[in-house]
Ligand binder design. Sequence first.
Ligand code: HEC
Length: 112
Amino acid sequence: MNSFHMTLSGAVMLALSGLVTGASAQTVDIAKGKQKAEVCMSCHGADGFTAAAPAIPHLAGQDRDYLVKALTAYRAADTRTDETMTAMAKPLSDSDIINIAAFFSSLPPGKP
Ligand code: HEC
């Protein structure tokens, strides 16, 4: 690995850790996320894949940061609006969102 790559990956690591600690001072708790996600499972499936209807997206194995971004956007109802998902995201705190995202992200993705 040359020094350019070392510097680059170091910068990415720094940016990522800044993102996580910036959003919340807590550590990620997947068990808490699973608890909080119970209400989501009626639509998105307990496995995050067997959704209740075709228009409900799969969450299992999805990138954690993407899920955080999606949920934060639904909650703010600015860049992403969906009546159902905004209602679901409204009561979530920043740490709820991080934990729930970590939980769904940790599930094995379903078959395509
Ligand atoms: C009543 C059914 C229902 C419930 C309950 C529900 N969702 Fe959703 N969810 C949907 C639908 C429908 C969409 C697609 C909305 C759209 O078109 O933007 C969606 C979209 C999403 C997305 C975007 C996925 C992507 O690929 O962009 C995320 C993330 C998400 N839901 C997470 C959750 C979480 C977390 C909960 C629980 C707090 C939850 N949902 C509860 C129906 C539901």
